[in-house]
Design a protein around this ligand. Structure first.
Ligand code: DQA
Length: 145
């Protein structure tokens, strides 16, 4: 069965490759998307990114009817967006939260995720491989159902 998965990225992730490369690495978002398409050739991906909270809410709502699940890096919204948490809770498709950096090993304000409690799980700290792990975990969850 071909799974349809939305890879959703939040604020500042459009600047990957030039932004704080010592934390987030040198890979661009387009490079990550290309690598994922190659690694998971059987999955039908939609790739979206926004710096705007409400747009991310709209994208989560839109995904509920056309996607099987979402791999979501909410960026800084992870730590304080009740609107995004409620959007994830509102849709019945499964969501995996991913982070390039290990948010638990950084500043205290990054240790808490508003979103993770309404996701099936969180993957953090493996660089771009966090996305690979997120997708693999989501597929496993979808195939168990
Ligand atoms: C991030 C971690 C967040 O704390 C930060 O605000 C980001 C990126 C990550 O992928 O490591 O923008 O989500």
């Amino acid at each position: 069965m071909q799974h349809k998965i939305l890879i959703l990225n939040g604020p500042n992730l459009n600047l990957l490759g030039e932004r704080e490369t010592e934390v987030y690495g040198k890979e661009t978002l387009a490079g990550i998307e290309k690598a994922l398409t190659k690694a998971f050739s059987k999955i039908r991906f939609e790739f979206r990114q926004s710096n705007v909270e409400g747009e991310l809410v709209n994208m989560i709502h839109a995904a509920r009817k056309k996607q099987d699940g979402i791999v979501f890096n909410p960026g800084a919204y992870t730590h304080y967006s009740i609107a995004l948490r409620d959007a994830v809770a509102a849709v019945s498709i499964p969501v995996v939260e991913v982070h390039l950096s290990n948010i638990h090993a950084r500043e205290d304000f990054r240790k808490n995720s508003m979103i993770a409690p309404v996701c099936i799980g969180q993957i953090s700290g493996f660089g771009i491989y966090s996305y690979h792990l997120g997708i693999a975990s989501l597929v496993r969850h979808l195939e168990k159902k």
